[in-house]
Design a protein around this ligand. Structure first.
Ligand code: PGA
Length: 251
C-alpha cells in the first residue's frame, strides 16, 4: 500500500512577507516536484498571503501554524477558520510542542482545534511527542498514546481521511539530536497500531505519519526509507531553500 509522502516546513516565528516570497521563488528552482511528494510551507499568519501568492500555480502548498476552534469572538491573538479560508491554506499545524510548552495547549484544546480545522475543510497536521524526561522515565509510549487519544477524541473514520500526524520527540526539536531512524520507526509503528485499535486497520494504513525533529538534507533519506515514516515536518532546515529542497529531493 502506498501512502502519501509529505514534506512540510514549519517556519515558526520566522520570515516576513518579502522573505516568504523570495524563499518560494528560490525553492521552485531547486526542488524536484516531479516525484510523488507533497510539499507545504507553514509561514507565520502575516506572511501567509504573500506565500500563497508566490506559490500559486506551483506544487507548493501553504499551511498555517495554528487556528482557533471558534468562528469569531473575544479571543485576543487567535485566528479563525474563515480568516484562513481567505488565503486559502490547505493545512494547519495543531498542537506543536512549542504551543503545548509555552502557550498552554492541552490535549483538549488540541482536540477542539483539530475538529474545527476538519470542519473548515483544511488538513490538520496534529503533533505529538515526548520530552527528554519522559523518554528517560520510559514513558514515551504512554505520553504519545495519551496525546493521540485526547487529540483524536470523537473523530470519525471519515475525519481520519483528512488528517496527518507528526511524531516529534521534543528532545529532537531544534537540538540537532535527531531520533535514529530505528527510534522513529518504532514510534511510528506504535502510533499506527494505536490508530488501528482506535479506528480501523484501513485508517491505520492510510494516515500519513510525519517525523519531525532536526531533519536535515543529510539524514532525511534514511528516515524516509523506514516503512512507517511518510515524510517530515521540518523546522530549522525549512528556512533555507537549499536545505528544504535537499530534503525534498532526498525522498
Ligand atoms: P526542527 O523543528 O526541524 O528545527 O528540529 C521541527 C519542528 O519543530 O517541527
Amino acid at each position: 500500500m502506498s501512502r502519501r509522502m509529505i514534506i512540510a516546513g514549519n517556519w515558526k516565528m520566522n520570515k516576513n512577507s518579502a522573505e516568504a516570497r523570495d524563499f518560494i521563488a528560490e525553492l521552485k528552482g531547486k526542488a524536484d516536484f516531479s516525484k510523488n511528494v507533497e510539499v507545504a510551507v507553514c509561514p507565520p499568519f502575516t506572511s501567509l498571503q504573500a506565500a500563497a501568492s508566490a506559490a500559486a500555480g506551483s506544487a507548493v502548498k501553504v499551511g498555517a501554524q495554528n487556528m482557533h476552534w471558534e468562528e469569531s469572538g473575544a479571543y485576543t491573538g487567535e485566528i479563525s477558520a474563515s480568516m484562513l479560508a481567505e488565503i486559502p491554506v490547505s493545512s494547519v499545524i495543531i498542537g506543536h510542542s512549542e504551543r503545548r510548552q509555552y502557550f498552554g495547549e492541552t490535549d483538549d484544546t488540541v482536540n477542539q482545534r483539530v475538529k474545527a480545522v476538519l470542519k473548515a475543510g483544511f488538513e490538520p497536521i496534529m503533533c505529538v511527542g515526548e520530552t527528554k524526561e519522559q523518554r528517560e522515565a520510559d514513558k514515551t509510549e504512554e505520553i504519545v498514546e495519551r496525546q493521540l487519544k485526547g487529540g483524536l477524541q470523537g473523530l470519525t473514520e471519515e475525519d481520519m481521511k483528512s488528517l496527518v500526524i507528526a511524531y516529534e520527540p521534543v528532545w529532537a526539536i531544534g537540538t540537532g539530536l535527531t531520533a535514529t531512524p530505528e527510534q522513529a520507526q518504532a514510534m511510528h509503528d506504535f502510533i499506527r497500531k494505536l490508530l488501528s485499535k482506535l479506528f480501523s486497520e484501513a485508517v491505520a494504513e492510510a494516515v500519513p505519519i510525519l517525523y519531525g525533529g532536526s531533519v536535515k538534507p543529510g539524514n532525511a533519506a534514511e528516515l524516509m526509507a523506514k516503512p512507517d515514516i511518510d515524510g517530515a515536518l521540518v523546522g530549522g532546515a525549512s528556512l533555507k531553500a537549499d536545505d528544504f529542497a535537499g530534503i525534498i529531493n532526498a525522498c
